[in-house]
Design a protein. Structure first.
Length: 89
């Protein structure tokens, strides 16, 4: 079987090459229930690029899936807390 070359990644996306999610089916990180979210979180907990992943999802307002160990609902809460903190500063 021929190996597919890694696509070229720009500086903003280079961290993705180190994500533990690279070896999983993408649907694993887009679960339809809480059990699936917990399984995805366990993978994210060990990931060396967890923080970059979460910040990417927050910056790009990604609405679906588990990114950086955070569900959609958790990311909305993080964004809300950040907005409140900026408004209070």
């Amino acid at each position: 079987m021929d190996e597919q070359p890694n696509p070229e990644y720009d500086a903003e996306h280079a961290w993705m090459l180190s994500g533990l999610c690279r070896d999983r089916d993408p649907s694993f990180f887009f679960p339809s229930d809480g059990v699936g979210v917990d399984r995805a979180r366990r993978v994210c907990a060990q990931c060396p690029v967890k923080e970059q992943c979460l910040e990417y999802a927050l910056a790009h307002r990604i609405e679906h899936g588990v990114w950086g160990g955070a569900s959609e609902r958790e990311r909305r809460r993080i964004l809300r807390r950040r907005r409140v903190a900026v408004a209070s500063a």
